[in-house]
Design a protein around this ligand. Structure first.
Ligand SMILES: [Zn+2]
Length: 201
């Protein structure tokens, strides 16, 4: 579908297509809707995106999104320092937090190992994770990467590092569909998976 109303609208449509799951048709519909009916909200959206880009950064400890040096979870004195859960994205942190079963801390890789895309250990903060494991009193590392080929490979890679440091490693278990993503799973299933975690070889 070609959109050729004005160059600015074309540009807006191109940008909206960066969003996951948005094709040419829905991007055009969104753009026209914002301009036709919702100019106030369109302005709010532009400001919100610009604000988020300026204010949001990565937590210096766990790599999760935050607006200060540390995120609210790393800053909380109520969390258990002995348990560290490694996830691929901030969406996974939100999903696990919704289960209310987990009181440990997190490390957010912001991705997974993917040699084919040129994503290596340094791109997902493995050095930082290793340093964190060396400096803190972690007695259990939970690998909650996605059950995809890349997620499993990433879990194995990190498990080796933890093993070298004599830190017991577990992997979340039941009910996570192969190829699935944590953020898409209902909190009951995820809660069960977290409780049913198994030692990871
Ligand atoms: Zn943090």
């Amino acid at each position: 579908m070609s959109s050729s109303l004005t160059p600015a609208i074309d540009q807006l449509v191109r940008c909206l297509r960066y969003l996951p799951g948005v094709g040419a048709k829905s991007a055009t519909r969104m753009a026209l809707n914002l301009l036709e009916r919702d100019q106030g909200r369109a302005a709010d959206l532009a400001i919100a995106i610009s604000d988020a880009l300026t204010r949001v950064r990565r937590c210096s400890r766990c790599q999760n999104f935050c607006e200060a040096d540390l995120c609210s979870i790393c800053e909380s004195p109520k969390r258990d320092d002995r348990v560290l859960c490694v996830v691929e994205s901030p969406t996974d942190v939100l999903a696990i937090e919704q289960t209310s079963d987990y009181s440990g801390r997190y490390f957010v890789l912001m991705g997974h190992l993917s040699p084919i895309d040129g994503i290596g250990p340094e791109d997902i903060g493995v050095d930082k994770l290793k340093q964190l494991l060396q400096e803190s009193a972690v007695s259990e590392l939970i690998l909650a990467t996605n059950p995809t080929v890349e997620g499993e490979a990433t879990a194995h890679f990190i498990a080796h590092i933890a093993k070298d440091l004599n830190i017991p490693v577990s992997r979340i278990a039941h009910g996570i569909p192969l190829g699935g993503e944590l953020g898409m799973i209902d909190s009951g299933t995820l809660s069960h998976a977290l409780q049913g975690r198994k030692p990871f070889a």
